[in-house]
Design a protein around this ligand. Structure first.
Ligand SMILES: Cc1cc2nc3c(=O)[nH]c(=O)nc-3n(C[C@H](O)[C@H](O)[C@H](O)COP(=O)(O)OP(=O)(O)OC[C@H]3O[C@@H](n4cnc5c(N)ncnc54)[C@H](O)[C@@H]3O)c2cc1C
Length: 498
């Protein structure tokens, strides 16, 4: 019975037009939607247990109808609501979370974990109605200086944890562009990565331990040891799980001493291949700059038009930081290995000042322009090929006005490309249809070029149609694990797996 629930999840949604993960709903349709499970009973029991930590106010239901998935932004501008939950719960303790999961399991009601709502793929959209669980009130923090480790409630805000650590002489080294609107639990659930990742890694490199509540309402703890060989690493099961197994309530993360010294470097190269090759050599010598970003010609003009040395070139910004003597040695390696013309510190300062600016989407969406970003990863041997293929594929979609990329995260084995496209849907095509066509083209080109369809944003509701092809037979393993943990499919149904 249970696997059937999951199998049907993608096609049984009433009155919804579904394609590639898109749900087109209006307020009226949402109100007519049959409930899944005994929603009213679940809400009544939760109100009894949690009191005013449960809200059914229309303003709250509306606020939790979407995340940062671009297409939901376009619907909202047109007065279409992506999907309304029936209630929102604001737990203040792990016990509250246990109660929410237990009641949802018993009553067969969908539950959607919600951190900062900054996910860009519809991961929190309550497509089957039910209950959203906002974790932001789980926000305690504790630093263990001897163990270089911080313990954080899942709802701790990204900017807040970094501030807390900086004031004590430490850093997490995790700076996603969404640092301000995202949470620690969301980072773990989406397998997030920050701008300083080439030195500090992604969140998966920082998680030492965690606690999570899984159906039927059990709190489990995976302790924060420096390393443990106690079977498969179950911590990893929750990293990137996007709320489909349970709710992460607490995390132990590695911290680092605040860097003693920082060097800013930039270079102008004649070709993308030349710049990529330079970074590959730097990494293979063992140097680990914190930030490395290589912008193609279009993006170099867009971001660095003020800097004559970079204009018309491939611009690269690099930050090396850490212990003074080590950082100096790494800077020397960068300067020796990078085959390009040094362009000084100013472009890097400009990048540091503007790195959290994301105003384009809110500026352009109201006038009908569709802009979005797509992050994928590939090994070095096919990096240039993947870049060319994805740009060509996105440009081939009628309506695309611009397609560009920068390489933003680097490894010994390869690189992440972060593509941006912008366009206006051609006559007769909706924003959603145009948006999907560009995404389809980019995903196809990525898979055909040997890449992975997501480097860090995850799968959510938008990418779920492409996951089976990427994972092959392993997709079935993922579905089985999901149903083994969550036999009634109440945890974020429809997200990631179908
Ligand atoms: C402007 C902008 C810039 C961004 N830049 C980056 C970037 O540089 N790097 C990057 O990796 N991402 C980036 N993102 C994407 C997004 O911020 C990350 O995915 C982030 O980790 C989401 O955290 P959140 O707390 O907002 O999670 P939410 O959006 O609330 O949730 C995301 C998913 O995780 C699940 N979830 C949330 N909390 C929990 C929990 N405690 N337990 C179980 N499941 C949970 C949700 O159900 C959902 O499926 C960006 C987004 C925006 C809008």
């Amino acid at each position: 019975m249970a696997p059937q629930v999951l199998q049907n999840a993608f096609i049984c949604a009433c009155n919804m037009c579904i394609r590639g993960g898109i749900l087109t709903l209006t307020f009226d349709e949402v109100l007519k939607r049959p409930k899944r499970g005994s929603v009213d009973e679940a809400i009544a029991e939760l109100k009894n247990l949690l009191g005013d930590k449960v809200s059914t106010k229309p303003a709250d239901l509306f606020s939790y109808s979407h995340d940062y998935w671009l297409i939901t932004f376009h619907w909202l501008l047109k007065g279409k609501v992506p999907a309304l939950p029936d209630a929102v719960v604001f737990p203040e303790s792990e016990e509250d979370v246990v109660n929410a999961v237990r009641v949802a399991h018993e009553k067969g009601v969908p539950l959607y974990p919600y951190g900062g709502g900054s996910g860009v793929l519809g991961g929190t959209v309550p497509e089957y109605g039910g209950i959203v669980v906002d974790l932001k009130r789980l926000r305690d923090l504790r630093l263990y200086e001897d163990d270089l480790m911080v313990e954080a409630g899942a709802g701790v805000n990204g900017y807040y944890i970094e501030e807390y650590l900086n004031r004590r002489g430490y850093t997490l080294g995790h700076f996603p562009q969404s640092l301000y609107p995202s949470t620690v639990g969301g980072w773990v659930a989406t397998k997030a990565i920050g701008q300083f990742s080439t030195r500090y890694g992604g969140i998966e490199d920082m998680v030492l331990g965690l606690r999570a509540v899984i159906p039927p309402g059990k709190l489990i703890e995976l302790k924060p040891h420096p390393r443990t060989a106690t079977g498969p690493d179950l911590r990893k099961l929750f990293v990137g799980s996007e709320g489909i197994f349970g709710i992460v309530t607490r995390v132990w993360l590695k911290v680092r001493p605040y860097p003693e010294e920082r060097f800013l470097l930039s270079f102008a190269s004649e070709s993308l291949e030349e710049a990529l090759d330079s970074v590959r050599r730097i990494l293979h010598r063992g140097a680990r700059p914190a930030v490395v970003r290589i912008y193609d010609r279009v993006e170099t003009k867009r971001h660095f038009y003020k800097f004559e040395e970079l204009y018309g070139k491939i611009g690269t910004v690099i930050i090396v930081e850490g212990d003074s003597r080590l950082a100096r040695a790494e800077k020397e390696i960068v300067e020796r290995e990078f085959k390009g013309v040094p362009a000084g510190e100013e472009p890097v300062r400009h990048w540091l000042e503007t790195r959290f600016n994301v105003k384009e989407i809110s500026e352009f969406a109201p006038i009908g322009v569709v802009i979005d970003t797509i992050e994928v990863a590939v090994n070095w041997s096919r990096a240039a090929e993947l870049y060319e293929n994805v740009i060509r594929a996105m440009k081939s979609v009628k309506g695309t006005l611009m397609a560009s990329a920068h390489a933003s995260h680097f490894y010994d084995q390869g690189v992440c490309f972060y593509f941006t496209f912008a366009g206006v849907p051609p006559r007769g095509r909706s924003a959603g249809e145009f948006y999907n066509a560009v995404w389809d083209a980019a995903m196809r080109a990525t898979l055909d070029s040997g890449g992975t369809i997501s480097h860090h944003h995850g799968i959510g509701r938008h990418r779920r149609g492409w996951l089976a092809e990427e994972l092959g037979d392993a997709y079935e393993v993922l579905r089985k694990v999901k149903l083994a943990i969550d036999e009634k499919d109440v945890m974020n149904p429809g997200n990631m797996v179908m």
